[in-house]
Write a protein that binds this ligand. Structure first.
Ligand code: CP3
Length: 355
C-alpha cells in the first residue's frame, strides 16, 4: 500500500522527530460514548457481530475521525479475539463484561491450545484492517493492536472480568510451569496476530497490558514483561512488522518504565498515576511516551479539561516524542463535546508550546 500519509504527526512523534503540534488520539475512541456507535452496534446485533463485519468495523473506526481532528485511527476490534479463535467461546452480555464459555483451568485445557491461523480463524480482523486502510485514504495512520500475553491469560483463566484475577495469579504461584506454557503459546499467538495486522496494512502496533499492574515487581518481570519482550523480538525479526513502531502499555506500571524501554519498543503508554516529567526521566530518551490524562477529567467542565490538558502537555515539555492520550480508555458516560474540547486544546496548546 503506497498511499501517501496526509497527516504523519503521530508516526513522527513516535520516532521522536519534530512535529508542528502534539498528536492526539484517545484509547477506546470508537465506543459507547458516541451515539452513532450505539446505533451501528444495535444494527449489528451484538459486539462480536459488529467486530466480525469488516464494513461495520470500518464504519465505527471512522466515526470518531468525522467528529474530532484525531491524528490516528485504531482498528475496531477487541483484545479477546485471540482466545475466541482458540475456541474459548467469547460473548458480551449487554451491559456486562466479556464471558468465555470454556475457560482454561487445567493442564489438559492448556495443552490443547494452539496458535490460531491468522488468515482463516482471524481473517475478519485482517479484512477489517484492509477495508479501513482503503477507506482512510492516507488521512491518518492506522493502529493495529493486541492484548499482552499476561492480560489475555487473565481473562482466559478467570473466564470473565475480575478485580484481581486471582485464579491466574494462583496458577503462577502453584503451577508456574503451566502458567509459562500458557503465556508462551499466547506470546506466539500475539506475535503472529500483530505480524498479520502489519501485513494487512496496520501502520503502528500497540500491546495492551491492562492487568500487568496487578503483579508485584518480580512477578511482573517474570509473567508479563518477559512475554511482551518475546513479542517485540518476534516483531523486529519479521519483514512485515520490522519497520513499524510498537507501543507497550501496562496500566499501573510506572515503576517498570525503564525495564519496559529495554525491550526495544518504540513508545510506552503511561497512565495518570505517574507524572510525565518523571516518566521521561525514567526512560532517558530511549522511547516516546503516550498519555496520560485521567479519563475521569472528561466528566468535568470544559475549562477544567483545557487546564488539565495543558498541565499534561507542560509535564512533558517542549521535547520531541509525546503522543497525547488518556491514561486509560474513555468511559461511556463522557459527553462527546468534551472530547472535542480535549483534542482542540491539545493541538492549540501543543502548537504554542512548540512555537
Ligand atoms: O480503542 C478503540 O476504539 C478500539 C477498539 C477496542 C475495544 N476494546 C472495543 C470494545 C480496543 C483497543 C479494546 C481493547 C480492550 N478490550 C482491552 C484493553 C484496553 C483497556 O481498555 O484496558 C480490554 C481489557 C478489553 C476487554 C473488554 N472488551 C472488556 C473488559 C469489555 C467490556 C467492558 C467495556 O469496556 O465495555 C470489552 C467490550 C468492548 N470492547 C467494547 C468496545 C467498544 C464495548 C462493548 C459494547 O459495545 O457493548
Amino acid at each position: 500500500m503506497t498511499d501517501v500519509l496526509k497527516n504523519d504527526r503521530f508516526l513522527r512523534a513516535l520516532r521522536r522527530e519534530a512535529t508542528d503540534t502534539t498528536p492526539v488520539w484517545v484509547m477506546r475512541q470508537a465506543g459507547r460514548y458516541l451515539p452513532e456507535y450505539r446505533a451501528t452496534r444495535a444494527r449489528a446485533g451484538s459486539f462480536m457481530a459488529l467486530a466480525q463485519n469488516p464494513e461495520l468495523a470500518c464504519e465505527v473506526t471512522l466515526q470518531p475521525l468525522e467528529r474530532f481532528e484525531l491524528d490516528a485511527a485504531i482498528l475496531f476490534s477487541d483484545i479477546l479475539t485471540i482466545p475466541d479463535a482458540m475456541g474459548l467461546g467469547l460473548s458480551f452480555a449487554t451491559g456486562e463484561g466479556p464471558q468465555f464459555a470454556h475457560p482454561v483451568r487445567t493442564k489438559a485445557d492448556i495443552e490443547k491450545l494452539g496458535v490460531p491461523d491468522m488468515e482463516s480463524e482471524l481473517r475478519y480482523v485482517m479484512d477489517a484492517v484492509r477495508v479501513i486502510r482503503k477507506e482512510l485514504r492516507g488521512r491518518v495512520p492506522l493502529i493495529g493492536f493486541s492484548g499482552s500475553p499476561w492480560t489475555l491469560a487473565c481473562y482466559m483463566v478467570e473466564g470473565q472480568g475480575s478485580r484481581d484475577f486471582a485464579r491466574l495469579k494462583a496458577m503462577c504461584w502453584s503451577e508456574p510451569a503451566l502458567a509459562h506454557r500458557l503465556l508462551d503459546t499466547l506470546a506466539q499467538s500475539v506475535a503472529a496476530y500483530l505480524i498479520a495486522q502489519a501485513a494487512a496494512g496496520a501502520q503502528a502496533l500497540m500491546i495492551f497490558d491492562t492487568w500487568g499492574g496487578l503483579l508485584g515487581p518480580a512477578p511482573f518481570r517474570e509473567f508479563s514483561l518477559r512475554y511482551m519482550a518475546q513479542v517485540v523480538d518476534a516483531l523486529k525479526a519479521h519483514p512485515a512488522s520490522r519497520e513499524l513502531p510498537v507501543i507497550l502499555f501496562s496500566k499501573g506500571a510506572g515503576q517498570h518504565l525503564s525495564r519496559m524501554a529495554d525491550t526495544g519498543c518504540t513508545a510506552l503508554g503511561v497512565d495518570w498515576t505517574i507524572d510525565l516529567t518523571d516518566a521521561r526521566q525514567a526512560v532517558e530518551g530511549r522511547v516516546a511516551l503516550q498519555g496520560n490524562l485521567d479519563p475521569a477529567i472528561l466528566l468535568a467542565d470544559p475549562e477544567v479539561i483545557r487546564r488539565e490538558v495543558r498541565r499534561v502537555l507542560d509535564s512533558y515539555g517542549n521535547h520531541p516524542g509525546h503522543v497525547f492520550n488518556l491514561g486509560h480508555g474513555i468511559t461511556p458516560e463522557v459527553n462527546p463535546e468534551h472530547v472535542k474540547v480535549l483534542v482542540d486544546e491539545v493541538h492549540a496548546y501543543g502548537r504554542q508550546l512548540r512555537g
